[in-house]
Design a protein around this ligand. Structure first.
Ligand code: CP
Length: 307
């Protein structure tokens, strides 16, 4: 339990104080990582990763986070599991729980899958990305990275550029950044911006330079071809020509603006290689911070289980 939360299902359920506590604990975890220390704080606990969609960063960083805290770590390879014999999501999760998993880290193509599991298993369910809905741990590591560089989140302008409609990272970040007092602007073709955003207080722009103007942080998002219907924009080439962030467009942001991307990146589509590998980029640091933030989440959500 973390306060009243049994599970981490989304940013929507967290208060600004909850987010602040996770970021503070991530700072402690990052020092443990930097010193290359190993903790045995959660040695009596087990986590299982249950990913129905592909992942590199999220799955491996949860496994690394668990090992850094002394946990037993199980990886359930969905592609070669009894899911292919028809075993349901709930029976699979209950199987992992029956083997002793205290945490089940779940990524699923259906929005709401972790919320459903949360009602049917006692283990702590952590949402590692559900459809086009939320990716809360990515958002928390993004906030942690911003805070480490800028010393604050409140009052910053964060521009999010790319496929907003299909992005669970965008949704979680818009909620998290707004809760923490940042100003958010999104930039994308109209067809890649969900209509509900027009009714919120965030800035919505159909050009990159307007979204980036005086931004403290520029966050690129992947064009999610696997979730898109055809016809949302004419071609990838045309998208990158009009909406890709290159060195010239980056100049609309503040000179010390951070460049971020949750990964995986389509190089040359949403960001050019010059921007990805440039001095303002903190993309690799986001990956390292992902381990620290996930250690913090495991530590905090195990709290009353250890008491
Ligand atoms: N950012 C992110 O979720 O990356 P993976 O798909 O590699 O986990």
């Amino acid at each position: 339990m973390f306060g009243e939360h049994k599970d981490l299902l989304g940013i929507k359920q967290l208060s600004a104080a909850d987010i602040g506590s996770i970021l503070e604990c991530a700072g402690t975890m990052k020092s443990i990582m930097t010193k290359r220390e190993k903790s045995t704080a959660l040695q009596d606990y087990s986590l299982a990763t249950l990913f129905y969609e592909n992942s590199t960063r999220t799955r491996l960083s949860f496994e690394m986070a668990g090992m850094n805290l002394g946990m037993n770590v199980l990886n359930m390879a969905v592609a070669t599991s009894s899911v292919n014999k028809g075993e349901s999501l709930i029976d699979t999760a209950r199987t992992l729980q029956a083997m002793g998993a205290d945490f089940i880290i779940v990524r699923h193509q259906s929005s709401g899958a972790p919320h459903f599991l949360s009602k049917h298993v006692d283990a702590c369910i952590i949402n590692a990305g559900d459809g086009m809905h939320e990716h809360p741990t990515q958002s928390l590591l993004d906030l942690f990275t911003i805070q480490q560089h800028k010393g604050k989140i409140e009052g910053l302008k964060v521009a999010i550029v790319g496929d907003i409609t299909h992005s669970r990272v965008a949704r979680s970040n818009i909620w998290a950044l707004s809760k923490m007092g940042a100003q958010v602007a999104v930039g994308a073709p109209q067809t890649l911006i969900p209509t509900e955003l027009q009714q919120t207080g965030i800035g919505v722009f159909n050009s990159v330079h307007e979204a980036l103007l005086d931004a403290d942080v520029v966050m690129g998002l992947r064009i999610q071809k696997e979730r898109q219907q055809s016809g949302l924009f004419p071609s990838i080439g045309e998208y990158s020509r009009f909406f890709g962030v290159d060195a010239n467009r980056l100049r609309f942001a503040k000179p010390d603006a951070l460049v971020m991307h949750p990964g995986p990146v389509n190089r040359g589509v949403e960001l050019t290689s010059e921007v990805i590998d440039g001095s303002q980029s903190v993309i690799e640091e986001q990956i390292t911070n992902g381990v620290a933030v996930r250690m913090a989440i495991l530590q905090l959500f195990s709290k009353e289980r250890t008491e």
